[in-house]
Design a protein around this ligand. Structure first.
Ligand code: GLU
Length: 553
């Protein structure tokens, strides 16, 4: 007659440490009252997902604002899904977004007293915990082959009952210890399963920092906690890690909420106090009128790298994610334009429970505001840095004459309320092309939005006159007066109002003149402020452009 202790020793003969030893090795952290320990625990399975960045920003904020600890842990127990190098990439990308932990897995090295912070290096620690569960009868070896598991599933499908390995379907749950010992000694491969005491018909109470007090269905599944490759599954690994790394709040995506009863039962079985949990909303997207989760494969917005490639300012992207994190953030930021995210107090109470809808319009708003605040020199630096990473054509343009580019970036910067021309660097080349040859000539060879009602000869005469008489040392208002005078000389009223009052007397108004000058200079009806454009181009270039424009009429 063997007992559980014998079984535990048979399975883990080399494990001599106890849970007590681990408790001593990883003591409670000495932190001020109210300080939280949070973590970001990515799996090395690909690029930095927008949802993961969101989760990490929240975790970091919660720890930092209360003087706590934020650390990173690499969850690499699922070796089949691992993509080589992606752990280090994730840490590098997080740093770009200002998520720099003070402790944990830091890509090329690890830092801190609660490590190792890479799960595959913690096998010995997990074994101590699993050995303990076997000793107390809360875990057992399961020898099911894939075929046997398939057979169980088929039977459950036919019976129309909940699928899984539980109760009467848990084939190896109720063997005697002697039977386990005999099977192990026969060399049959096995995994270790948790022995659940839950009942699927009963509820368990749980508190979630985002969702409040919850009544969830109890777990009754004997989940696998230790695989045949010698590593635990996520469920068990996170439990041991968050306990011994002394995490106080687990912030993770809401896709883990259904696993919460299992995790709470595991904590109870281990005799440990569970940390607080915060299941964060998933970022959704409207797709043909239907709300759905951002898809890693289908949606470019799912990847943080996409926003960098598009040249969104990192800070604006973070501001945007904070609007998802806390419903009062946007109002707070607008009311306190000089304060930064670091000054904002985050609270789980102000987090929406429903999946947040990805709102590119809001991101563009923050981005435009952010870029508009930069000086021309800062903007040039910013765009140049972007171009050097992502856009050679734009970089060449800047390098040709950086002073000239800075002047283009300086348009309207002296106004109290300048137009917010740019929302991301990827748009800039197209928006400033007209200021450069050979782009300008090419644009003027394309379709031009000239008026379809005005007489072309009149237009040519007006544009030529404009070029010949333009003066550049005037204020914007004075310059606009000269534009009116030019229009008047060719039959255009000095204002729209005057034209409307006597339409038979005029060909149009100064607005028509401004529009034709704009098209002549830029090839488009939408452009930055013409007064500034003129001053950058200079007299000779203006005359040249009026001539080129007249040739297209
Ligand atoms: N490794 C898990 C994931 O990538 C993390 C879940 C957690 O934070 O506990 O989804």
């Amino acid at each position: 007659m063997y007992d559980n202790k014998y079984l535990a020793n048979l399975i883990f003969p080399d494990v001599t440490e106890t849970l007590d030893d681990l408790e001593k090795r990883y003591p409670e952290r000495n932190l001020p009252e109210g300080a939280e320990v949070t973590r970001f625990a990515p799996s090395p399975t690909g690029f930095l997902h927008t949802g993961s960045l969101f989760t990490s920003l929240v975790a970091q904020k919660v720890a930092v604002q209360g003087g706590g600890v934020f650390y990173t842990r690499l969850e690499d127990t699922d070796t089949k899904r691992e993509i080589a190098g992606s752990g280090e990439d994730l840490i590098r990308q997080l740093a770009v977004f200002g998520v720099v932990p003070s402790e944990g897995y830091l890509g090329d090295h690890q830092e801190g007293n609660y490590g190792p912070y890479i799960q595959s290096e913690r096998a010995d620690i997990y074994k101590v915990a699993i050995k303990h569960l076997i000793e107390i009868g809360r875990a057992y070896p399961c020898f099911c082959t894939k075929e046997e598991l398939d057979e169980i599933r088929n039977r459950q499908e036919k019976m129309k009952v909940v699928p899984g390995y539980y109760g009467r379907f848990a084939k190896y749950r109720n063997l005697t210890v002697d039977e386990y010992v005999e099977l192990i000694n026969s060399g049959k491969p096995y995994v270790i399963r948790f022995r659940s005491l839950g009942d699927h018909n009963l509820k368990v109470e749980a508190d979630d920092l985002v969702r409040g007090h919850l009544l969830l269905t109890q777990n009754d599944q004997d989940i696998v906690i230790y695989k045949s490759d010698g590593l635990p599954t996520y469920h068990f690994a996170h439990l041991v890690d968050d306990h011994f790394m002394r995490t106080t709040i687990v912030t993770r995506g809401e896709e883990w909420l259904p696993s919460l009863p299992t995790h709470l039962e595991l904590f109870e079985a281990m005799g440990w106090k569970a940390p607080k949990y915060a299941h964060l909303p998933v970022i959704m997207k409207m797709d043909n009128g239907i709300r759905r989760k951002l898809s890693k494969r289908k949606d470019t917005e799912a990847s943080c790298a996409y926003f960098l490639q598009d040249g969104y300012p990192v800070y604006a992207f973070k501001q945007y994610l904070f609007t998802i994190a806390n419903s009062n953030f946007e109002e707070w930021q607008i009311a306190n334009p000089t304060l930064t995210i670091d000054d904002f107090h985050f609270s789980f109470d102000n987090m929406s429970r429903d999946g947040a809808l990805f709102d590119i319009g809001k991101l563009n708003f923050f981005s435009k505001e952010f870029l508009a605040k930069k000086t021309a020199v800062e903007m040039t630096e910013f765009v140049k840095d972007y171009a050097s990473k992502y856009n050679q054509e734009l970089l060449d343009l800047i390098n040709k004459d950086e002073t000239y580019f800075t002047k283009v970036m300086d348009i309207e910067k002296d106004k109290p309320n300048p137009r917010k021309d740019y929302e991301k660097c990827a748009d800039i080349l197209d928006k400033v092309k007209f200021m450069y040859e050979p782009y300008y000539s090419t644009l003027m060879k394309g379709e031009l939005p000239w008026s379809t009602t005005l007489d072309h000869e009149v237009m040519k005469a007006t544009l030529k006159d404009f070029g010949d008489t333009v003066e550049l040392n005037l204020t914007e208002q004075e310059w606009f007066e000269t534009l009116k005078q030019c229009g008047l000389r060719h039959g255009f009223a000095a204002s729209k109002k005057e034209y409307k009052a006597e339409p038979e007397k005029y060909l149009g108004s100064v607005n028509d003149v401004a529009e034709m000058v704009r098209i002549a200079l830029t090839s488009s009806k939408n452009s930055p402020n013409i007064y500034y454009v003129l001053r950058i181009l200079g007299k000779d270039e203006i005359v040249r452009r009026m001539n080129i424009a007249c040739e297209t009429l």
